[in-house]
Design a protein around this ligand. Structure first.
Ligand code: C5P
Length: 227
């Protein structure tokens, strides 16, 4: 059967990656979490003193980008590929609220985008890929056969992300998560380079009231219509 490219974009914390992983597994496709790559660059900037609470040294980050190596390694037990920054597994450390608080600023830097988009296009060059992010259907794979745009109310999304973070032991408040979700939506959709917008040919799914099974069935139905 012909392999296709599936682009899943949408606002923050809509559960894109959960569905993308399940669909990729079902189809035997690779799954690429493009947000993890922007988060890993942000972590690099934080670890190297390029981002502090009061300052973001954009020039230094652009200069040091050549030292940032991002890769994925499949984790058999988890059933998906984890992200590595310069050889270290950073899958957990990129998911903190601190990284979430800076990532949209890092993702607005064109040089960062150019570097990561090139890697994403390389990873998906043979099709058979499910990639989630903000600009996959508009910039990374404008010719993707299936484009999905996921939305949900900010409160629903914050509630889900809050549960996810507190379940793993992070000490945070619901208000701080909601604020982060709203700030990222704003920064991601108003930046100059590759803003978050729904591609003209993307199918929108509002998953505010949908269970994971319902979302999976809906997306799988769209995949079957596309194949
Ligand atoms: O998907 P996730 O929420 O982990 O993405 C983190 C951030 O990375 C987003 O808020 C956005 O700023 C950036 N991003 C992006 N383009 C993508 C994927 C993520 O700008 N394709």
């Amino acid at each position: 059967m012909n392999k296709i490219t599936i682009a899943i974009d949408g606002v923050s914390s809509t559960g894109k990656s959960t569905i993308a992983k399940q669909i990729a597994k079902y189809l035997g496709y690779i799954y690429v979490d493009s947000g993890a790559m922007y988060r890993a660059v942000t972590l690099y900037a934080m670890q190297n003193g390029l981002i502090t609470t009061n300052d973001f040294n954009v020039e230094a980050l652009i200069y040091q980008l050549k030292n940032v190596e991002i890769s994925f390694k499949y984790n058999e037990a988890l059933g998906f590929a984890e992200v590595y920054l310069n050889g270290s597994n950073v899958e957990r450390s990129i998911r903190t609220l601190e990284v979430s608080g800076f990532v949209s600023k890092v993702a607005a830097v064109s040089e960062v985008r150019q570097k990561l988009v090139a890697i994403q296009q390389q990873l998906g060059k043979d099709k058979g890929v499910v990639m989630d992010g903000r600009d996959i259907g508009t910039v990374v794979f404008p010719n993707a056969e299936l484009k999905i745009f996921m939305t949900a109310s900010a409160e629903t999304r914050a509630q889900r992300r809050y549960k996810e973070l507190t379940d793993r032991g992070d000490k945070i408040t619901y208000e701080s998560v909601l604020k982060n979700v709203q700030e990222r939506d704003y920064l991601d959709s108003t930046r100059k380079d590759s803003p978050l917008i729904k591609a003209d040919d993307a199918i929108e799914i509002d998953n505010s009231t949908l269970s994971l099974n319902e979302q999976f069935d809906k997306v799988l139905g769209l995949v079957k219509m596309t194949l």
